[in-house]
Design a protein around this ligand. Structure first.
Ligand SMILES: [Zn+2]
Ligand SMILES: [Zn+2]
Length: 264
């Protein structure tokens, strides 16, 4: 499977939102609330208590009232917004596409692992790639809608709404990092996610597995067996040292003959 090509195609499938500032942009900008008739071309993106209500967007003259506030030209903010949103969305898109490609490769095998896992007591919490890919898909769809939703704010210069969308995108990018392991799926990750299923008596439906999947199954069964042997060896060692300890105490107490009756 050519997963790299697949990834590239998927990454290209979405066309970014408007990438150039419109010529008639100035017309769409509202007049400042101060009443001097000038356009409110600035956006105060860190309003302080002394920032007057309704002055989140302001004109050149009103800039004097916002000297200690972080402000930016609406057009500059919009350029910044487009760059950041496209970058964030691309990252989410690529992570999802790569994860999808890996899941296409492993889904049959993983669904059997999942069946094995579901019959076991959830003694320890492990990653669940089949559930995680669903969450990742939801995030992908959500961010796509959010980006499209931002388009109308973009056209109407509602920069404070765009700012909120941008913040949400930053949160999503952080969340998505947690799902990157799916796009790196390999034997070791599958083992880490489903080890107890291979250590249990659960048997895979071998007739539904192809040759490669069968090989992987046997590899994991052998791995599980040797990990059980190792655990037993540790237990035996502990048992022997306890036995030695009791024997030593028995010598001290002069009760060696009596403890022999317990098989020690
Ligand atoms: Zn301000
Ligand atoms: Zn003004």
């Amino acid at each position: 499977m050519d997963s790299l090509n697949n990834t590239r195609n998927n990454a290209m499938r979405d066309i970014p939102i408007s990438t150039k500032v419109q010529d008639d942009e100035m017309d769409a900008i509202d007049v400042c609330s101060c009443g001097n008739g000038q356009k409110a071309v600035y956006y105060c993106f860190d309003p302080k208590p002394d920032c007057e209500i309704g002055q989140i967007y302001f004109c050149d003259q009103c800039k004097i009232n916002h000297l200690s506030h972080a402000s930016i030209l609406l057009t500059d903010f919009k350029k910044k917004y487009i760059n950041e949103i496209n970058k964030s969305f691309h990252l989410i898109d690529v992570t999802f596409s790569n994860a999808q490609a890996k899941m296409d490769m492993y889904s049959n095998f993983l669904s059997q692992c999942q069946r094995g896992k579901s019959i076991l007591e959830p003694a320890e919490k492990r990653r669940d790639p089949l559930e995680d890919i669903k969450k990742l898909e939801q995030i992908y769809e959500q961010t796509k809608r959010l980006r499209d939703y931002g388009e109308s704010f973009f056209q109407k210069n509602k920069v404070s709404d765009l700012n909120k969308i941008n913040m949400k995108f930053r949160d999503f990018v952080k969340i998505v990092q947690d799902f990157e392991y799916i796009s790196e799926m390999n034997d070791q990750i599958i083992w880490d996610c489903y080890q107890p299923a291979f250590e249990s008596d659960f048997e895979f439906d071998l007739s539904s597995l192809n040759t490669e999947e069968k090989e992987l199954y046997y590899k994991f069964k052998i791995q599980a067996l040797s990990s059980r042997v190792k655990k037993l060896e540790v237990m035996l060692k502990e048992h022997n040292s306890v036995k030695q300890c009791i024997a030593a105490i028995a010598v001290q107490l002069n009760i060696e003959d009596r403890i022999k009756g317990f098989g020690l």
